[in-house]
Write a protein that binds this ligand. Structure first.
Ligand SMILES: C[S@@+](CC[C@H](N)C(=O)[O-])C[C@H]1O[C@@H](n2cnc3c(N)ncnc32)[C@H](O)[C@@H]1O
Length: 269
């Protein structure tokens, strides 16, 4: 079959089919258009059809391609890590503001593929960046990403602050699991294939955020920031938790669609 026929007959989103075929043939979209009527060898056609079948069954595109672009980086991903999302780039933007205002030691809690930690390090190489995760497999992915991108981040397997040395950070940043265990979204789209330990924040969805907020202060310098990504309907609860723990300058920011998705506060006590 030709590239044109393969894409037409795939029965999945056309753009995704083109991406998968380009991946198999190691060519870009422009090449597929220019060579739409040429013959694709049987081995490549078969490989493409296997990928299409997996996609049809709900395997996320990023897991099939084995990468996802985040910020300026191409990150390897696998089934042990949550696929980095565009919204999380807002958290990186906020982190960079904090770095430019003086933060030099940064800790990414629940680093997954290493997305936030690596983006901060890539953008501001003079900072000291740590990334922790309770999943050894996730951390192996983050570590491999750091190595292949040549970014020097310190990786630690840790249950939140549990395995961290007594030290102080100027910026704690986290996109923790924040979906409630019974949330219907967990049965939809890519969420079905991603590790539930990366998604589910207990019965209310807020357990990880509450725990990090409670335990964070001894790990922060005076004036240090704690920044979270959270669900679209959680900003008021996260603000209240930060206020109750003694954080000041509490602020919430919205994502590109105008949803309140990031909340942070500063430690002055
Ligand atoms: C929502 S994912 C975020 C991954 C990555 N930071 C990102 O933005 O793409 C949450 C991450 O928190 C990690 N995690 C869950 N519970 C944890 C815990 N108790 N201690 C440390 N990390 C935890 C998960 O393994 C997962 O990698």
């Amino acid at each position: 079959m030709t590239p044109g026929e393969l894409v037409r007959r795939a029965g999945i989103d056309r753009g995704e089919a083109e991406t998968l075929l380009g991946h198999v043939l190691k060519v870009d979209r422009a090449w597929l258009f220019a060579h739409a009527d040429e013959w694709v060898c049987e081995a490549a056609a078969l490989k493409f059809q296997h990928l299409v079948e997996a996609r049809r069954k709900g395997e996320p595109l990023a897991y099939l391609l084995r990468y996802r672009d985040f910020w300026t980086l191409r990150l390897s991903v696998n089934q042990h890590v949550m696929i980095p999302r565009r919204e999380t780039e807002h958290l990186v933007e906020w982190a960079i503001e904090c770095i430019d205002a003086g933060a030099t030691r940064i800790l990414d809690l629940g680093t997954g593929s290493g997305a936030i930690a690596l983006a901060c390090k890539a953008e501001r190489p003079a900072t000291e960046v740590w990334g922790i995760d309770s999943s050894k497999d996730a951390l192996a992915c983050a570590e491999a990403n750091g190595r292949s991108l040549g970014l020097d981040v310190r990786w630690v397997v840790s249950n939140w602050f549990g395995a961290l040395p007594t030290a102080e950070w100027d910026l704690l940043i986290s996109n923790p699991p924040y979906i409630a265990a019974n949330d219907v979204h967990l049965t939809q789209g890519d969420l079905r294939a991603e590790p539930s330990s990366a998604l589910v924040g207990g019965a209310t969805g807020l357990e990880a955020i509450e725990r990090i907020t409670e335990e964070a202060p001894p790990f922060l310098t005076m004036g240090g920031w704690l920044l979270f990504e959270h669900g679209y309907d959680q900003s008021l609860t996260v603000q209240a938790a930060l206020r109750a723990r003694g954080f000041a300058n509490i602020a919430t920011r919205s994502d590109w669609s105008g949803l309140a998705r990031l909340t942070g506060g500063q430690w002055w006590n």
